[in-house]
Each structure stands twice: as structure tokens, then as C-alpha cells.
Design a protein around this ligand. Structure first.
Ligand code: ES4
Ligand code: ZN
Length: 324
């Protein structure tokens, strides 16, 4: 099964590039940029990565990315992950990135974009990997800041596939960002949003109705709302589900408790992703293996999930045909 899952052509539709920062690279970049880390060694980092809920993770995630300063840092971060993912059979990645988390600490948008774009170009040339870029807005920051970022990113609009919405969910309903998402739609960008991760099923409906999103990141809380499940099934809305992430953040006690089998049985258009692989215990292959073990899924289920993700990825149609 491991061999099959590794070879299976996979598209990862929900991946935060800042969440791929492995402790080894964090130490290397800290040294290169003369930054003191709150950890003595890698064991201390691993020890710290025990989260009771989303906010505990976010605190360390925003702290960890402080080592990212220069275009070269962002390039190295992304290339490191692209190589690892490609070795796990990942052929396409739709990659979230969080400009506000960098700009807030004085790193210019241009540094982030130069580094990420050069890594994407390099990967597409040398790794047979395609990459879509999703510029994410932090929902726990002011709406006006998100609106300003979208305008500031004008030079990069042609390189973006979509805008997204992430960070702390509870108490930050998606509808507040309706105007920003409407503007992104006018610019021809696709729209996705995290919803129903920790927050209620109502946020999933709100993201669909008020933000016009075509995919929901996570969405697992939809299972509490029968009418919403029926709608998601009818509309075949893609849900980018991240089982190891959900377990790491205490949303479910174990993968065996995860609603993925019920979502699949309900006819929902689910796909598998890793979210923040450096923080949640592994990448695409680990997530697939965890599902195989916990749910007893066979090859045909994984083939179908893989095809769903490839069908929904932000990639040129010619590329999609080579992967399907
Ligand atoms: C995230 Cl797991 C998760 N949830 C919400 N926002 C995020 N940003 C990075 N990882
Ligand atoms: Zn996420």
C-alpha cells in the first residue's frame, strides 16, 4: 500500500508554505540571519509542537516564520518542500502563503514574492511539479489591511491563482471579507477560504454565500448540519481535508475518530492535504497512510480522491490532462 500511495499521482490543494518550515531549516536560517531562537535544539522544538487547539499552533507558527527574512529564505523554504513533496508523488501544489504575517514584522511583500516565485519557476523547470499560488488574508487582522494588501499586490496579480482566508477562525466570521473577495473576483482570481475547521458549520455556508468561494479548506464541521451536507454534495464543492492537522489541533482525538469516512459515504467531494506538514507530523504520504490504516480504504478510494484533487487544482488544462 505504501508503494502504491507514494506512486499515486497526487495534487495537494491545501498547503501553507510557511507550515513546511522543518526545525532543521529553522535552525539553519536562524544562524544565517543571526536570529536567536527560543529553542536550544531540535528536540525542544518537537517537544513544543503539542497543540491543544488552533491558537496554540498559530502562536508557534507565526513565531517560527520569523527566521524568514530575505528572498533567498523564501526560495529555500519553498524548494525544500517541493523536493520532499515530489518524492512523495505530489505532482501539483496549490500553495497558500501569508503576506501579512511577514509584512507585519517588516519583511517587504516584494521579498516574499521574489523568493516564492523564483522557487515556483525552478520547481516547474526541474521537478515536473506545477504550483498554484493562493494569497491568503489573515481573518484575525483588520479587513482594511486585507483590502490594502490586495491592491499592493497589483504587480503579482498575474502570478496568483486565488485568494484565501486563514488564521484564527472562531469569532472571525468570513462574511466580514465579502468586499475584499468581491474585488478579487473582479480581478479574475479564484477564491477559497478556511471554514468549519474549528468554527461552526454556519461559517461554511457564509463563505459560500458571501465570499463566493469555489473550495472550502477543511469544512469538516459541515457534518453537524444535514442541510449543508446535502448542499455541498449537490454542488460537489471541493473540501480540502487534512486529517493529521485536525488530530494535531485536537479537533478529533485520533484519525480513527475523523469524519472523513462519513464525508466520503455522504458523497462529498473530499480531497486530502497536509496543511502544515512540519507542524502536524507529516506530509501527503503520511496523511494517506494514516487514512489507509485508520479507515481501511483500498486503492480505488485513493485513486478517486487523487483524481478529485487533480480535477480541482489551479493548473493549466494541458497539465491536468497529463496527470489525469
Ligand atoms: C492554518 Cl491549520 C490552519 N488553520 C488556519 N489557518 C492556518 N494557517 C496556517 N495553518
Ligand atoms: Zn490550512
Amino acid at each position: 500500500m505504501r508503494d502504491f500511495l507514494q506512486r499515486l499521482p497526487k495534487a495537494e490543494l491545501h498547503l501553507h508554505i510557511e507550515g513546511t518550515l522543518e526545525p532543521e531549516l529553522m535552525f539553519r536560517l536562524a544562524e544565517r540571519n543571526h536570529i536567536a531562537l527560543p529553542y536550544a535544539d531540535i528536540d525542544e522544538v518537537t517537544e513544543a509542537y503539542r497543540f491543544r487547539h488552533l491558537q496554540e499552533f498559530l502562536d508557534l507558527y507565526y513565531q517560527g516564520m520569523d527566521v524568514l527574512r530575505t528572498p533567498r529564505d523564501f526560495h529555500d523554504l519553498a524548494m525544500d518542500y517541493f523536493v520532499r513533496a515530489r518524492n512523495e508523488g505530489v505532482m501539483h501544489i496549490d500553495m497558500h502563503f501569508d503576506p501579512q504575517a511577514h509584512m507585519q514584522r517588516g519583511v517587504p511583500l516584494a521579498s516574499v514574492m521574489q523568493g516564492l516565485l523564483s522557487a515556483v519557476r525552478h520547481a516547474e523547470r526541474t521537478l515536473d511539479l506545477s504550483v498554484g499560488l493562493i494569497m491568503a488574508f489573515l481573518r484575525d487582522r483588520p479587513v482594511a489591511e486585507a483590502a490594502a494588501l490586495l491592491e499592493q499586490a497589483r504587480d503579482y496579480w498575474p502570478y496568483l491563482s486565488a485568494v484565501g482566508l486563514d488564521s484564527a477562525e472562531r469569532g472571525y466570521p468570513p462574511g466580514r471579507f465579502a468586499d475584499v473577495f468581491a474585488r478579487a473576483g473582479e480581478l479574475g482570481l479564484a477564491r477559497v477560504a478556511h471554514a468549519g475547521e474549528e468554527g461552526p458549520a454556519a461559517y461554511v455556508r457564509e463563505a459560500l454565500d458571501e465570499l463566493g468561494v469555489e473550495r472550502i479548506d477543511h469544512g469538516v464541521q459541515c457534518m453537524a448540519d444535514e442541510a449543508l451536507v446535502e448542499r455541498l454534495r449537490r454542488e460537489q464543492t471541493v473540501l480540502t481535508v487534512c486529517p493529521l492537522s485536525n488530530v494535531s489541533l485536537g479537533i478529533y482525538a485520533a484519525v480513527t475518530e475523523h469524519p472523513l469516512p462519513a464525508m466520503w459515504e455522504a458523497g462529498l467531494n473530499v480531497t486530502l492535504s497536509s496543511d502544515d506538514p512540519a507542524y502536524f507530523g507529516g506530509g501527503m504520504l503520511s496523511n494517506h497512510l494514516a487514512c489507509a490504516e485508520a479507515f481501511g480504504w483500498g486503492k480505488s478510494t485513493f485513486l478517486s480522491l487523487g483524481r478529485s484533487a487533480i480535477s480541482a487544482g489551479f493548473m493549466p488544462e494541458a497539465r491536468r490532462q497529463t496527470l489525469l
